[in-house]
Design a protein around this ligand. Sequence first.
Ligand code: AMP
Length: 214
Amino acid sequence: MKIVMLGAPGAGKGTQAKMIAAKYEIPHISTGDIFRSNIKNGTELGKKAKEYMDQGLLVPDELTVDLVIDRLGQEDCQKGYILDGFPRTIPQAEALDAALTKRGEKMDFAVNVDVPDENIVNRMSGRRACAKCGATYHIVYNPSSKGDICDVCGDTLILRDDDKPETVQKRLGVYHDQTQPLIEYYSSQGILKTVDGTQDMNDVFAAINSILGE
Ligand code: AMP
């Protein structure tokens, strides 16, 4: 099963993507995670990506597309995958479709986790991430059981630079301009499914599961 997750930054698509990946035993491919791990490891790609990410801008398609297409060619992607944070622009979606067509494949579902802007700003200021292992939490909706300490690895949780309120506003603008057109793109392919992302995360998960089980 091949799934694209769509939704504004902070809509909860990453959390859902991880849950779906675990249930269907498919890889969870997050371009944000790939960039963050490159930043942590001080790679050239990480240095370039950070300049854009810290400003709430998208990393250019030239640095993003090949990376994902290569990843999808790996062995563990044979029986499907869930893409989280990619594609984020129409050219990325077209490049993805072209690569899939070349391999005689197609995307099965584009799941749009729908959350209004006003909820997003609230949510993102409560987000916390582990700088060491990348696990994500929310101080109200999905807290760590140990307060400021990561449940997974025991490191300290932080508010990511790109989750700070001024950056969130910028990211929302970028989302509406560049990413939201993908809703129409996948709708016209007949594979778009929209779920109400304002619900409790377990209810969102149940809604997605019933879509995937159709
Ligand atoms: P995320 O963790 O998906 O919210 O991504 C964090 C940041 O990484 C974004 O704000 C972008 O700067 C960058 N990023 C992630 N995925 C992409 C993508 N597909 N294209 C361009 N930039 C991306």
